[in-house]
Design a protein around this ligand. Sequence first.
Ligand SMILES: *Cc1c(COP(=O)(O)O)cnc(C)c1O
Length: 407
Amino acid sequence: MSQAVLDHVRSRPDLALPAYVTDLPGLSAHAARVRAALPAQLELLYAAKANPDPEVLRALAPHFDGVEVASGGELEHVAAALPGVALSFGGPGKTEADLELAVRSGVHRLHVESRRELDLLARLAARTGRAVDVLLRVNAPLPVPDAPLAMGGGPSPFGLDPGDLDAAAAAARAAGLRLRGLHLHLASGLNAPACAELAAAAVAWACAWSVRTGHPLDELNFGGGMAVDYANPDARFDWDTYGAALSGLVRQHPGLRLKVEPGRALTAYGACYVTRVLDVKRSHGRTFAVVLGGTHHLRTPAARGHDQPLTVVPSERWPADLPRPAAPPGPVTLVGQLCTPKDVLARDAPVPALRAGDVVAFSLAGAYAWNISHTAFLMHPPPAFLYLQPTAGDQPRARRAGPAAAA
Ligand SMILES: *Cc1c(COP(=O)(O)O)cnc(C)c1O
Protein backbone atom coordinates (compact mmCIF):
# COMPACT_ATOMS: atom_id res chain seq x y z
CA MET A 1 0.00 0.00 0.00
CA SER A 2 1.38 3.40 -0.94
CA GLN A 3 1.84 5.25 2.36
CA ALA A 4 1.61 8.58 0.53
CA VAL A 5 -1.84 7.66 -0.80
CA LEU A 6 -3.06 6.51 2.62
CA ASP A 7 -1.74 9.69 4.27
CA HIS A 8 -3.55 11.76 1.66
CA VAL A 9 -6.82 9.85 2.14
CA ARG A 10 -6.61 10.20 5.94
CA SER A 11 -5.94 13.93 5.69
CA ARG A 12 -8.95 14.57 3.39
CA PRO A 13 -12.14 13.22 4.98
CA ASP A 14 -14.13 15.11 2.32
CA LEU A 15 -12.43 13.41 -0.65
CA ALA A 16 -14.82 12.85 -3.58
CA LEU A 17 -15.16 9.07 -3.84
CA PRO A 18 -14.72 6.72 -5.51
CA ALA A 19 -11.36 7.92 -6.80
CA TYR A 20 -8.21 6.56 -8.31
CA VAL A 21 -5.33 8.14 -6.40
CA THR A 22 -2.01 7.84 -8.23
CA ASP A 23 1.27 8.39 -6.44
CA LEU A 24 3.38 9.93 -9.22
CA PRO A 25 6.55 10.38 -7.10
CA GLY A 26 6.20 6.80 -5.85
CA LEU A 27 5.82 5.52 -9.43
CA SER A 28 8.85 7.45 -10.57
CA ALA A 29 10.99 6.23 -7.64
CA HIS A 30 9.97 2.63 -8.28
CA ALA A 31 10.83 2.89 -11.99
CA ALA A 32 14.21 4.43 -11.07
CA ARG A 33 14.95 1.43 -8.80
CA VAL A 34 14.01 -0.99 -11.59
CA ARG A 35 16.23 0.86 -14.09
CA ALA A 36 19.16 0.88 -11.63
CA ALA A 37 18.90 -2.90 -11.12
CA LEU A 38 19.19 -3.60 -14.86
CA PRO A 39 22.40 -3.51 -16.91
CA ALA A 40 22.97 -0.14 -18.61
CA GLN A 41 23.20 -1.77 -22.06
CA LEU A 42 19.76 -3.34 -21.69
CA GLU A 43 16.83 -1.49 -23.22
CA LEU A 44 13.88 -0.96 -20.87
CA LEU A 45 10.54 -0.43 -22.61
CA TYR A 46 7.24 0.16 -20.84
CA ALA A 47 4.24 -1.85 -22.07
CA ALA A 48 1.63 0.92 -22.27
CA LYS A 49 -1.37 -1.39 -22.17
CA ALA A 50 -0.80 -1.90 -18.41
CA ASN A 51 -1.70 1.77 -17.79
CA PRO A 52 -1.66 4.35 -20.59
CA ASP A 53 -2.62 7.33 -18.38
CA PRO A 54 -0.56 10.29 -19.70
CA GLU A 55 0.36 11.32 -16.14
CA VAL A 56 1.74 7.82 -15.55
CA LEU A 57 3.60 7.83 -18.89
CA ARG A 58 5.24 11.16 -18.02
CA ALA A 59 6.22 10.01 -14.51
CA LEU A 60 7.90 6.89 -15.92
CA ALA A 61 9.46 8.49 -19.01
CA PRO A 62 12.81 9.54 -17.45
CA HIS A 63 13.47 5.88 -16.59
CA PHE A 64 12.64 3.97 -19.77
CA ASP A 65 14.13 3.89 -23.27
CA GLY A 66 10.85 3.57 -25.11
CA VAL A 67 7.27 2.35 -25.01
CA GLU A 68 5.71 -0.83 -26.38
CA VAL A 69 2.28 -0.13 -27.87
CA ALA A 70 -0.14 -2.82 -28.98
CA SER A 71 -2.65 -1.03 -31.21
CA GLY A 72 -2.95 1.92 -33.55
CA GLY A 73 -4.89 3.69 -30.80
CA GLU A 74 -2.12 3.22 -28.25
CA LEU A 75 0.43 4.33 -30.82
CA GLU A 76 -1.34 7.65 -31.43
CA HIS A 77 -2.09 8.15 -27.74
CA VAL A 78 1.47 7.54 -26.50
CA ALA A 79 3.02 9.57 -29.34
CA ALA A 80 0.80 12.50 -28.32
CA ALA A 81 1.56 12.14 -24.59
CA LEU A 82 5.33 11.75 -25.08
CA PRO A 83 6.34 13.51 -28.31
CA GLY A 84 9.46 11.95 -29.85
CA VAL A 85 9.42 8.81 -27.70
CA ALA A 86 10.75 5.61 -29.33
CA LEU A 87 7.78 3.34 -29.98
CA SER A 88 7.80 -0.40 -30.52
CA PHE A 89 4.57 -1.65 -32.06
CA GLY A 90 3.49 -5.19 -31.13
CA GLY A 91 0.29 -7.11 -30.64
CA PRO A 92 -1.63 -9.63 -32.71
CA GLY A 93 -4.35 -8.54 -35.11
CA LYS A 94 -2.78 -5.40 -36.53
CA THR A 95 -4.87 -3.99 -39.35
CA GLU A 96 -3.44 -2.59 -42.58
CA ALA A 97 -4.39 0.89 -41.30
CA ASP A 98 -2.47 0.23 -38.05
CA LEU A 99 0.62 -0.80 -39.99
CA GLU A 100 0.36 2.17 -42.35
CA LEU A 101 0.07 4.54 -39.39
CA ALA A 102 3.13 2.92 -37.79
CA VAL A 103 5.24 3.08 -40.95
CA ARG A 104 4.26 6.66 -41.84
CA SER A 105 4.86 7.88 -38.27
CA GLY A 106 8.35 6.33 -38.32
CA VAL A 107 7.84 3.78 -35.57
CA HIS A 108 11.12 2.65 -33.97
CA ARG A 109 10.45 -1.12 -34.15
CA LEU A 110 7.65 -3.21 -35.55
CA HIS A 111 7.09 -6.54 -33.81
CA VAL A 112 5.70 -8.74 -36.57
CA GLU A 113 3.31 -11.43 -35.35
CA SER A 114 2.30 -13.27 -38.54
CA ARG A 115 3.13 -13.86 -42.17
CA ARG A 116 0.11 -11.73 -43.19
CA GLU A 117 1.52 -8.75 -41.24
CA LEU A 118 4.89 -9.29 -42.85
CA ASP A 119 3.44 -9.33 -46.38
CA LEU A 120 1.38 -6.18 -45.72
CA LEU A 121 4.44 -4.49 -44.29
CA ALA A 122 6.59 -5.42 -47.27
CA ARG A 123 3.99 -3.90 -49.60
CA LEU A 124 3.77 -0.75 -47.45
CA ALA A 125 7.54 -0.33 -47.27
CA ALA A 126 7.77 -0.60 -51.06
CA ARG A 127 4.88 1.83 -51.59
CA THR A 128 6.12 4.47 -49.12
CA GLY A 129 9.86 4.02 -49.60
CA ARG A 130 10.22 4.04 -45.83
CA ALA A 131 12.76 1.94 -43.95
CA VAL A 132 11.08 -0.39 -41.46
CA ASP A 133 12.96 -2.04 -38.58
CA VAL A 134 11.35 -5.29 -37.54
CA LEU A 135 11.61 -7.93 -34.87
CA LEU A 136 9.88 -11.21 -35.61
CA ARG A 137 7.82 -12.38 -32.66
CA VAL A 138 8.20 -16.11 -32.35
CA ASN A 139 6.41 -18.60 -30.15
CA ALA A 140 9.71 -20.34 -29.40
CA PRO A 141 9.54 -23.96 -28.24
CA LEU A 142 10.87 -23.20 -24.77
CA PRO A 143 9.57 -24.68 -21.52
CA VAL A 144 7.48 -21.94 -19.87
CA PRO A 145 7.60 -22.27 -16.06
CA ASP A 146 4.23 -22.39 -14.26
CA ALA A 147 2.78 -18.99 -15.15
CA PRO A 148 -0.64 -17.42 -14.48
CA LEU A 149 -0.80 -16.42 -18.17
CA ALA A 150 1.09 -18.29 -20.90
CA MET A 151 1.36 -16.78 -24.40
CA GLY A 152 3.90 -19.20 -25.75
CA GLY A 153 5.73 -22.48 -25.43
CA GLY A 154 2.55 -24.22 -26.67
CA PRO A 155 -0.31 -23.50 -29.07
CA SER A 156 -1.18 -19.77 -28.97
CA PRO A 157 -2.38 -17.01 -31.31
CA PHE A 158 0.73 -14.93 -30.51
CA GLY A 159 3.73 -14.65 -32.78
CA LEU A 160 5.00 -16.90 -35.54
CA ASP A 161 5.17 -20.65 -35.15
CA PRO A 162 8.84 -21.68 -35.02
CA GLY A 163 8.19 -23.80 -38.12
CA ASP A 164 7.32 -20.63 -40.08
CA LEU A 165 10.14 -18.47 -38.74
CA ASP A 166 12.88 -19.19 -41.27
CA ALA A 167 10.68 -18.49 -44.27
CA ALA A 168 9.39 -15.29 -42.64
CA ALA A 169 12.93 -14.08 -41.94
CA ALA A 170 13.95 -14.79 -45.53
CA ALA A 171 10.84 -13.00 -46.84
CA ALA A 172 11.46 -9.97 -44.61
CA ARG A 173 14.99 -9.59 -45.90
CA ALA A 174 14.02 -10.21 -49.53
CA ALA A 175 11.43 -7.41 -49.19
CA GLY A 176 14.05 -4.99 -47.90
CA LEU A 177 12.71 -4.81 -44.35
CA ARG A 178 15.47 -4.33 -41.79
CA LEU A 179 15.35 -7.53 -39.76
CA ARG A 180 16.91 -6.70 -36.38
CA GLY A 181 16.17 -9.87 -34.47
CA LEU A 182 13.51 -11.67 -32.50
CA HIS A 183 10.85 -10.96 -29.92
CA LEU A 184 9.64 -13.50 -27.37
CA HIS A 185 6.95 -12.69 -24.82
CA LEU A 186 6.06 -16.14 -23.60
CA ALA A 187 4.44 -15.78 -20.18
CA SER A 188 3.16 -13.37 -17.58
CA GLY A 189 3.36 -13.60 -13.79
CA LEU A 190 6.85 -15.10 -13.50
CA ASN A 191 9.14 -14.51 -10.52
CA ALA A 192 12.74 -13.37 -11.03
CA PRO A 193 14.46 -16.79 -11.06
CA ALA A 194 11.89 -18.05 -13.60
CA CYS A 195 12.32 -14.92 -15.77
CA ALA A 196 16.11 -15.32 -15.59
CA GLU A 197 15.91 -18.97 -16.60
CA LEU A 198 13.60 -18.17 -19.50
CA ALA A 199 15.87 -15.31 -20.66
CA ALA A 200 18.93 -17.60 -20.71
CA ALA A 201 17.00 -20.26 -22.62
CA ALA A 202 15.72 -17.64 -25.08
CA VAL A 203 19.23 -16.31 -25.77
CA ALA A 204 20.58 -19.80 -26.35
CA TRP A 205 17.69 -20.71 -28.65
CA ALA A 206 17.82 -17.44 -30.62
CA CYS A 207 21.61 -17.54 -31.07
CA ALA A 208 21.44 -21.13 -32.29
CA TRP A 209 18.71 -20.08 -34.75
CA SER A 210 20.82 -17.21 -36.08
CA VAL A 211 23.91 -19.39 -36.47
CA ARG A 212 21.95 -22.17 -38.18
CA THR A 213 20.05 -19.91 -40.61
CA GLY A 214 22.47 -17.01 -41.10
CA HIS A 215 19.70 -14.50 -40.29
CA PRO A 216 20.78 -11.49 -38.21
CA LEU A 217 20.25 -11.32 -34.47
CA ASP A 218 21.26 -7.84 -33.31
CA GLU A 219 18.38 -7.56 -30.84
CA LEU A 220 16.40 -9.89 -28.64
CA ASN A 221 13.32 -8.70 -26.76
CA PHE A 222 12.18 -10.89 -23.84
CA GLY A 223 8.82 -9.12 -23.41
CA GLY A 224 7.29 -8.43 -20.01
CA GLY A 225 5.46 -10.64 -17.54
CA MET A 226 7.31 -9.88 -14.30
CA ALA A 227 5.10 -11.01 -11.42
CA VAL A 228 3.00 -8.87 -9.11
CA ASP A 229 1.88 -10.77 -6.01
CA TYR A 230 -1.62 -9.56 -5.17
CA ALA A 231 -1.80 -11.88 -2.14
CA ASN A 232 1.29 -10.23 -0.67
CA PRO A 233 1.17 -6.55 -1.59
CA ASP A 234 4.49 -5.73 0.11
CA ALA A 235 6.39 -8.29 -1.99
CA ARG A 236 8.22 -7.03 -5.07
CA PHE A 237 9.63 -8.76 -8.13
CA ASP A 238 13.34 -9.28 -7.39
CA TRP A 239 14.81 -6.91 -9.99
CA ASP A 240 18.32 -7.31 -8.53
CA THR A 241 18.33 -11.05 -9.16
CA TYR A 242 16.88 -10.62 -12.64
CA GLY A 243 19.28 -7.74 -13.40
CA ALA A 244 22.29 -9.81 -12.32
CA ALA A 245 21.22 -12.65 -14.62
CA LEU A 246 20.74 -10.24 -17.52
CA SER A 247 24.16 -8.67 -16.84
CA GLY A 248 25.65 -12.13 -17.24
CA LEU A 249 23.90 -12.53 -20.61
CA VAL A 250 25.05 -9.06 -21.72
CA ARG A 251 28.68 -10.00 -20.90
CA GLN A 252 28.43 -13.29 -22.78
CA HIS A 253 26.84 -11.68 -25.85
CA PRO A 254 28.30 -8.18 -26.20
CA GLY A 255 27.00 -7.74 -29.75
CA LEU A 256 23.42 -8.57 -28.85
CA ARG A 257 21.08 -5.79 -27.68
CA LEU A 258 18.74 -7.22 -25.03
CA LYS A 259 15.38 -5.63 -24.26
CA VAL A 260 12.59 -6.11 -21.72
CA GLU A 261 9.13 -4.54 -21.74
CA PRO A 262 7.38 -4.88 -18.36
CA GLY A 263 3.96 -3.36 -17.79
CA ARG A 264 2.27 -4.60 -14.62
CA ALA A 265 5.38 -4.75 -12.42
CA LEU A 266 6.20 -1.10 -13.22
CA THR A 267 2.83 0.47 -12.47
CA ALA A 268 0.66 -1.84 -10.31
CA TYR A 269 1.93 -0.35 -7.03
CA GLY A 270 1.46 3.25 -8.14
CA ALA A 271 -2.28 3.72 -7.60
CA CYS A 272 -5.11 2.91 -5.21
CA TYR A 273 -8.81 2.75 -5.90
CA VAL A 274 -10.38 4.49 -2.92
CA THR A 275 -14.07 4.26 -2.14
CA ARG A 276 -16.64 4.31 0.64
CA VAL A 277 -18.79 1.59 2.20
CA LEU A 278 -22.41 2.21 1.23
CA ASP A 279 -24.07 -0.65 3.07
CA VAL A 280 -23.28 -3.62 5.30
CA LYS A 281 -25.48 -6.70 5.51
CA ARG A 282 -25.53 -10.32 6.59
CA SER A 283 -26.75 -13.01 4.21
CA HIS A 284 -26.93 -16.73 5.06
CA GLY A 285 -24.12 -16.42 7.56
CA ARG A 286 -21.81 -14.26 5.46
CA THR A 287 -21.10 -10.52 5.86
CA PHE A 288 -21.16 -8.30 2.78
CA ALA A 289 -20.04 -4.70 2.45
CA VAL A 290 -21.39 -2.92 -0.63
CA VAL A 291 -19.04 -0.13 -1.70
CA LEU A 292 -19.58 2.79 -4.06
CA GLY A 293 -18.32 1.80 -7.51
CA GLY A 294 -17.03 -1.73 -8.01
CA THR A 295 -15.49 -3.89 -10.72
CA HIS A 296 -16.79 -1.56 -13.47
CA HIS A 297 -14.07 0.79 -12.14
CA LEU A 298 -11.58 -1.83 -10.94
CA ARG A 299 -11.99 -4.98 -12.98
CA THR A 300 -8.64 -6.50 -11.92
CA PRO A 301 -9.99 -8.83 -9.16
CA ALA A 302 -12.82 -10.06 -11.43
CA ALA A 303 -10.49 -10.55 -14.41
CA ARG A 304 -7.89 -12.45 -12.40
CA GLY A 305 -10.20 -14.07 -9.85
CA HIS A 306 -8.20 -12.74 -6.92
CA ASP A 307 -8.94 -10.64 -3.82
CA GLN A 308 -7.75 -7.07 -4.21
CA PRO A 309 -5.58 -6.08 -1.21
CA LEU A 310 -7.22 -3.35 0.87
CA THR A 311 -6.90 -1.06 3.87
CA VAL A 312 -9.86 0.28 5.85
CA VAL A 313 -9.73 3.94 6.83
CA PRO A 314 -12.41 4.48 9.53
CA SER A 315 -14.59 7.54 8.99
CA GLU A 316 -16.89 9.37 11.35
CA ARG A 317 -19.06 10.62 8.49
CA TRP A 318 -22.53 9.26 9.14
CA PRO A 319 -25.89 11.03 9.68
CA ALA A 320 -26.58 11.29 13.43
CA ASP A 321 -30.28 10.46 12.94
CA LEU A 322 -29.71 7.15 11.08
CA PRO A 323 -28.69 3.79 12.50
CA ARG A 324 -25.25 2.88 11.13
CA PRO A 325 -24.88 -0.60 9.59
CA ALA A 326 -21.77 -2.34 10.97
CA ALA A 327 -20.09 -5.67 10.32
CA PRO A 328 -19.90 -8.14 13.20
CA PRO A 329 -16.35 -9.35 14.01
CA GLY A 330 -15.06 -11.69 11.30
CA PRO A 331 -14.32 -11.63 7.58
CA VAL A 332 -16.21 -9.39 5.16
CA THR A 333 -16.81 -9.81 1.44
CA LEU A 334 -16.51 -6.45 -0.33
CA VAL A 335 -18.69 -6.07 -3.40
CA GLY A 336 -19.61 -3.22 -5.75
CA GLN A 337 -22.87 -1.69 -6.95
CA LEU A 338 -23.40 -3.96 -9.95
CA CYS A 339 -26.33 -6.40 -10.19
CA THR A 340 -24.12 -9.43 -10.72
CA PRO A 341 -22.53 -11.89 -8.28
CA LYS A 342 -19.24 -11.36 -10.17
CA ASP A 343 -18.89 -7.82 -8.82
CA VAL A 344 -16.58 -8.93 -5.99
CA LEU A 345 -13.53 -6.90 -5.03
CA ALA A 346 -12.36 -9.07 -2.12
CA ARG A 347 -13.78 -12.30 -0.68
CA ASP A 348 -13.83 -12.91 3.09
CA ALA A 349 -11.31 -10.16 3.78
CA PRO A 350 -9.99 -10.15 7.36
CA VAL A 351 -10.92 -6.53 8.14
CA PRO A 352 -11.01 -4.74 11.48
CA ALA A 353 -14.35 -3.22 12.54
CA LEU A 354 -16.11 -2.05 9.37
CA ARG A 355 -19.13 0.24 9.19
CA ALA A 356 -21.12 1.86 6.44
CA GLY A 357 -19.48 5.22 5.71
CA ASP A 358 -15.93 3.94 6.26
CA VAL A 359 -13.37 4.45 3.51
CA VAL A 360 -11.66 1.48 1.83
CA ALA A 361 -8.45 1.87 -0.17
CA PHE A 362 -7.74 -0.97 -2.62
CA SER A 363 -4.05 -1.04 -3.46
CA LEU A 364 -2.16 -2.48 -6.45
CA ALA A 365 -4.66 -0.70 -8.70
CA GLY A 366 -2.13 0.93 -11.03
CA ALA A 367 -2.05 -1.73 -13.77
CA TYR A 368 -4.79 -3.43 -15.79
CA ALA A 369 -7.30 -1.65 -13.55
CA TRP A 370 -9.35 1.35 -14.76
CA ASN A 371 -8.33 0.82 -18.39
CA ILE A 372 -9.60 -2.79 -18.56
CA SER A 373 -12.89 -2.07 -16.78
CA HIS A 374 -16.34 -2.31 -18.37
CA THR A 375 -17.12 1.25 -17.43
CA ALA A 376 -20.44 1.58 -19.28
CA PHE A 377 -22.13 -1.33 -17.51
CA LEU A 378 -25.06 -0.07 -15.36
CA MET A 379 -24.28 3.59 -16.13
CA HIS A 380 -22.84 4.52 -12.75
CA PRO A 381 -20.73 7.70 -12.74
CA PRO A 382 -16.97 7.36 -13.34
CA PRO A 383 -14.50 7.69 -10.47
CA ALA A 384 -12.48 10.83 -9.83
CA PHE A 385 -8.75 10.84 -10.64
CA LEU A 386 -6.23 12.39 -8.26
CA TYR A 387 -2.49 12.61 -8.76
CA LEU A 388 -0.02 13.09 -5.93
CA GLN A 389 2.62 15.44 -7.33
CA PRO A 390 6.41 15.34 -6.93
CA THR A 391 6.82 18.54 -4.91
CA ALA A 392 5.94 18.33 -1.23
CA GLY A 393 3.10 20.70 -0.36
CA ASP A 394 1.59 20.65 -3.84
CA GLN A 395 -2.13 20.24 -3.90
CA PRO A 396 -2.98 17.01 -5.70
CA ARG A 397 -4.72 17.89 -8.93
CA ALA A 398 -8.08 16.31 -9.62
CA ARG A 399 -9.91 15.64 -12.81
CA ARG A 400 -13.23 13.95 -13.43
CA ALA A 401 -12.38 11.43 -16.12
CA GLY A 402 -9.50 9.16 -16.92
CA PRO A 403 -7.86 8.23 -20.21
CA ALA A 404 -10.31 5.42 -20.96
CA ALA A 405 -13.34 7.64 -20.49
CA ALA A 406 -11.81 10.39 -22.59
CA ALA A 407 -10.87 8.03 -25.43
C1 LIG B 1 1.19 -7.37 -22.20
C2 LIG B 1 2.53 -7.43 -22.81
C3 LIG B 1 3.63 -6.98 -22.09
C4 LIG B 1 3.56 -6.55 -20.65
O1 LIG B 1 3.19 -7.62 -19.83
P1 LIG B 1 3.14 -7.43 -18.24
O2 LIG B 1 2.66 -8.74 -17.75
O3 LIG B 1 2.23 -6.31 -17.95
O4 LIG B 1 4.54 -7.14 -17.80
C5 LIG B 1 4.86 -6.95 -22.73
N1 LIG B 1 4.97 -7.37 -24.03
C6 LIG B 1 3.92 -7.83 -24.74
C7 LIG B 1 4.11 -8.25 -26.13
C8 LIG B 1 2.67 -7.88 -24.15
O5 LIG B 1 1.63 -8.36 -24.84
